[in-house]
Design a protein around this ligand. Structure first.
Ligand SMILES: Cc1ncc(COP(=O)(O)O)c(C=O)c1O
Length: 403
């Protein structure tokens, strides 16, 4: 008998993949990004990063480590000096003690989310996710066979309201985790202290885990007159050794999105589990990158302060300009560095974001990329230099007049 040695057809190959992985569509942010490639003079405000490269004092520390030959296999949990520096950094910020044993270094915020998913969830489990949300929660959950229960926030009178009763009512016997992001991407909404405490109490009562993503905690813009430097945090209200995993990253505060280094704060008792997960995912995070991260924590405060000040100015430039149009609606963001706004009459935000690339020269992420509640909106990253934002606002306003 002749063996069939003909190559498989593309459909057969896809058909043989794990259905939950093959079925996942491309991120709507990536779609717009790809659409704009090669088009001249588009102001890129679709992704979450500033325009500055990583400062030299961070890069130099990584280069020095690389040149010193720190190129070998490394600690699964992160190098001890970085874990200690992370604990000290949090102690300085929050004025409470942190133990290095609760810190786990990994490959950026995205991997901290993945490790939390892998540690906590099995196919068939459910996770409550307030929505609109960063798309990189629902997609990896679905790919892991886990069902995201997306609970939509209400947008009314230029305000996003989180209905905690609805959030709690969505929990079923299969729900294991509440995934909370504050300050939030894409809404720029900051959870109140009362909301944080209510979520914590509910999770404790029902034996649920919390995954708390606070990667934008430094980007907080309280109203003038308020002197709280940081937004309310689960860190202040939960014990490090209870059922909570914090996700964080070097990407945003220190302009290090391309480095791919982040951290988790999780119960000490999970040490062996996290170590195994790291071992079988990546076998550790590059030592010389971690040395750069150490410099970021030890010498980076002035840089972070400048980034936050620039983001606040960016928020004001964009909000003040777009507020002048009766056709645009939004909640003024209190944190993170995104404006999530709606142009009257928008039905299809993907089509609109493509039109804005072609007709206005402004690159925005479509609201539909952020899950239920996002369609009709657009997301703009304002962590950019003043000139970019001023020109982007002018272009959007003049496009509105002539459309
Ligand atoms: C809410 C949120 N969490 C986590 C991340 C992770 O960032 P990274 O993987 O670049 O560290 C992002 C990035 O945009 C984000 O918006």
């Amino acid at each position: 008998m002749m063996l069939d040695t003909s190559p498989s057809r593309p459909a057969e190959i896809l058909g043989a993949l794990r259905p939950s992985v093959a079925a996942e569509s491309a991120s709507g942010i990536v779609d717009v990004f790809n659409y704009a490639q090669g088009k001249p003079d588009v102001i890129p405000l679709w992704v979450g990063q500033g325009h500055l490269p990583t400062p030299d004092f961070i890069s130099d520390a990584a280069i020095a480590s690389l040149k010193a030959g720190e190129t070998f296999y490394t600690w699964q949990r992160g190098i001890p000096e970085l874990r200690r520096a992370l604990a000290d950094y949090h102690s300085r910020l929050y004025g409470i003690g942190f133990n290095p044993e609760n810190f786990y270094v990994c490959q950026a915020g995205m991997q901290s989310v993945q490790l939390a998913i892998q540690a906590l969830l099995e196919p068939g489990d459910e996770v409550v996710v307030p929505s609109p949300a960063w798309p990189n929660y629902a997609a990896p959950l679905r790919m892991a066979g886990v069902r995201p229960l997306e609970v939509t926030l209400d947008f009314n009178h230029n305000h996003w309201r989180l209905d905690l009763d609805r959030l709690f009512d969505s929990v079923t016997a299969k729900t294991k985790v509440l995934l909370m992001n504050t300050p939030g991407n894409p809404l720029g909404r900051v959870m109140t202290r009362a909301e944080i405490i209510a979520v914590r109490d509910f999770a404790r009562k029902r034996g649920l885990w919390i995954i708390a993503d606070e990667v934008y905690a430094r980007f907080y813009f309280p109203e003038p007159g308020r002197n709280d430097a940081l937004p309310p945090s689960f860190l202040e209200h939960c014990d490090r050794d209870e059922r909570i995993i914090f996700c964080n990253t070097f990407s945003k505060n220190w302009a290090m999105t391309g480095w791919r280094v982040g951290w988790m704060i999780a119960p000490k008792i999970m040490g062996r589990v996290v170590e195994n997960l790291v071992q079988y995912n990546t076998s550790g995070t590059t030592t010389f990158l971690q040395k750069g991260c150490l410099a970021a924590l030890e010498q980076g405060e002035a840089f972070v302060a400048a980034q936050v000040a620039q983001a606040r100015t960016g928020r004001d430039i964009i909000c003040d300009a777009l507020d002048s149009s009766a056709e645009i609606e939004f909640a003024r963001p209190e944190g993170a560095f995104y404006l999530f706004f709606r142009i009257a009459g928008t039905q299809d935000s993907t089509a609109l974001s493509r039109r804005l690339i072609d007709e206005a020269g402004v690159g925005l992420a479509p609201g539909s990329a952020f899950g239920p509640g996002g369609e009709g909106f657009l997301r703009l990253c304002f962590a950019r230099k003043r000139e970019h934002l001023e020109v982007a606002a002018e272009r959007l306003l003049s496009w509105l007049k002539r459309r």
